[in-house]
Ligand binder design. Structure first.
Ligand SMILES: [Fe+2]
Length: 201
């Protein structure tokens, strides 16, 4: 079933991009990964920061994913990528024990709708960090390349969103695509990074 994008998500994501350009976590990401020097910033915390933009869940979410930081089953095909980042408040405080749930298509653009392939969740550590070993998701009709993610601070509201890859030819044809939701990544690199900013009361 194709995912039908709401136009409002794109507008709010663009507002986040304008507010959050050139904030400090980008610099940190670039220093960690020399490959990423030309990449666009991900949303960051700090003055005037807004929470990471929410996007639609899509039709392939399954609750109760396994807790694991590697989604790569033995023999699985696909370009490996390690997705890392932090969960932060709008005031830049790390959010420990936040649940980060990741699901995405396989290398051929298919979701496992009956099982747990390419699905998993982890909890952030004391510094708000998370990490997944997985693959670069494949493409399927109507969408550019993307991850699906849910982030929930302890006792807080769930943020449902999607992450995108810079330089993808399909980005500008996908009405859900938002530059503010791009991971720090270079096509072909094996590391991707994104910091989530969540409102915590
Ligand atoms: Fe999807």
């Amino acid at each position: 079933m194709p995912e039908i994008p709401p136009s409002r998500s794109r507008r709010s994501a663009l507002r986040v991009l304008v507010r959050c350009a050139a904030l400090p976590t980008l610099a940190a990401a670039v220093q960690r990964w020399p490959h990423a020097q030309t990449l666009a910033p991900t949303p960051a915390c700090g003055a005037d920061a807004a929470p990471t933009a929410a996007q639609m869940e899509g039709p392939y979410f399954r609750p109760r994913s396994p807790q694991r930081d590697s989604l790569v089953d033995p023999g699985a095909s696909g370009s490996r990528v390690t997705l890392t980042g932090r969960v932060l408040t709008t005031q830049c405080a790390p959010v420990a024990r936040a649940l980060v749930d990741l699901w995405h298509a396989d290398a051929g653009g298919r979701y496992d709708v009956d099982g747990e392939r390419w699905r998993g969740h982890v909890y952030t550590d004391a510094q708000g960090r998370y990490r997944f070993a997985t693959i670069v998701p494949g493409l399927y009709p109507g969408r550019t390349r993307h991850f699906h993610v849910k982030v929930q601070p302890p006792g807080g509201r769930v943020l449902t969103t999607q992450l995108y890859f810079p330089g993808e030819p399909g980005n500008l044809r996908d009405k859900l695509y938002a530059p503010a939701l791009e991971v720090a990544w270079q096509r072909g690199a094996d590391r991707a990074a994104f910091d989530f900013v969540v409102a915590v009361s």
